[in-house]
Design a protein around this ligand. Sequence first.
Ligand code: GCW
Length: 680
Amino acid sequence: AEDGYRLWQRYDLIQNKDLLKQYRKALEDVTVQGSSPTLTVVKDELQMGLSGLLGFKVTVSDKATKRGLVAGTPETSSLIKEMGLEQKLNEVGQEGFLLLSQKHKGKDYTVIAANSEKGVMYGTFHLLKLLQTQQSLKDLNVSNSPKTKLRILNHWDNLDRTVERGYAGFSIWDWHKLPDYIDHRYIDYARANASIGINGTVLTNVNANSLVLTPEYLKKVKALADVFRPYGIKVYLTARFSSPIELGKLKTADPLNPEVKAWWKNKVNEIYTYIPDFGGFTVKANSEGQPGPQNYNRSHADGANMMAEVLAPKGGIVMWRAFVYDNNVPDDRHKQAYTEFKPLDGTFQGNVMVQVKNGAIDFQPREPFHPLFGAMPKTPLMMEFQITQEYLGQGTHLAYLAPMFKETLESDTYAKGNGSTVAKVVDGSLNNHAISGMAGVANIGNDINWTSHPFGQANWYAFGRLAWDHALTSEDIADEWIKMTFSNSPAQVAPIKKMMMGSREAVVNYMTPMGLHHLMGWSHHYGPGPWIKDKPRADWTSVYYHRADEKGIGFDRTKTGSNALSQYAPEVQALWGNPTTCPEEVLLWFHHVAWDAKTKSGRTLWDELCYRYSGGVDSVRTMQKTWNALEGQVDKERHQQVKQYLAIQEKDARWWRDACLLYFQTFSKRPIPQELEKPQ
Ligand code: GCW
């Protein structure tokens, strides 16, 4: 059944006869010398992939043959050593690879060469992708290496297998059966991640349970680390800051207390006896009730550095999250991370990265970039994206997120003048940092197709590709994903791509157009709840964010309001601070605007909001039509799944439109334009 389990790694026979001939000729013989675990992964993947794609049983030989495909490093492959590729290899670093059409001693070879076996593996997946997307293997001259060093998934998975904000079933980590039972899914998980360049995984929820640091669980973690190691994937854990109290029976978790430090040192040493290449910790501290250094009047830097110090000798790192806010601080929540972290710039140890969400509030369908990007030049800042669609329709809406990720990455912070993009902050190039990273909160669960919605797979894929190379375009990523996941036929690729490219904007329109944000239902965050008020925290309500009244709507974050804008560079302030130059996409994020104010379309703000909400619903209906027309071309199972999800999405889009417009209308007291569909 085409149930989606294979993700984008579908190795079915190439349908294009000419290309098939070319591939068969070029790849008839395959040589991989060496038998290390990673080279075994390379061999297995080539054998499986090429056999499926080329339609005969490909065997991988370890004797240097006289033609065909050769994969290896100058150390593992005598042929590659003879080819003298040193100079070219110097340019691709430790994880990059070359993919070349190479003449050697009068024979034609296709060569995957790298400085490390991991690089060979990445090159192998790249070659397979070329076949899957039906590209020519003639005159190959690919030199490819990742822009970001740490490309990591964050699982918000609990030890009882529930997943915080997970919408694809339960956790794929079957703690009960580990370490003795290795579910084949773990291997397929590693293959899928390796194929897109992911090289790290944080197994557990940032709302952490200290139990995972006990020997019982460390044995299980070790079993997973052993599975992932050959695929170049390191394992990380979340560390609950109060673990010394809970596990060590200490009276305090004060980071400056010598006993606390000693406890962490022992714990870290113990972890490394199980997992010699353990990656380190992700920490959520003093945020949403999690314990942290501030409980002891210490700073985030005190907490992070204490852990970093004990991890450093082992080569581990700390990813300290900047997602903090506090109801006792009466200021705009938008400002709190910057207020707390900016003054700490320059005080973190070298193996600490501060992990910052793409925007200042919380993974909304659209947020302006987080003001910390560009504001902490001395600290490597990691990007935290959310792949799981907590606020974008969860497991049932089609929303291709690459355009959203790109929007943030391409935003200009102006930190060092024009062109100081968020991407350059994150990849470390703007301030020459030795470490850099991008984290994505995973949308993976134990559903057969991993991600609930078949198109959720595209977001996992896109995150990996952008973490590897943020310069790739959303279109190109969609293009290769569709070809690998559905079909190379232009009759399918073009319409599916069109659906994907417009889908995120559709969600923005039917949920939170023009810079509105945080309007979702209480706690579950799925449907609309613009009326939410009177909750334990003002910043957990919706009225806090939209501020609708009889005059207008929107959050004034300029000087006359919370002045969160002051946290951005002067160029950004000038652009966003003025309602006439502020892009309409974020207008109500920064300004309280009158209902009758004119917008770019010539309509009043109220009418424009009505048009955008309606437009969002229309876009979903267009997606439905496009998808219906593909019936018979896409396999039945997946066609049926997506069709049902689109029907839910259409219903939900109307729900959002009607709920928001009818609620906001109680303030605007203006009619919904006649030509638009009436709320039902
Ligand atoms: O997005 C919010 C979520 C919480 C989450 C928190 C965080 C893990 O609603 O479920 O907790 O952010 O990022 O820490």
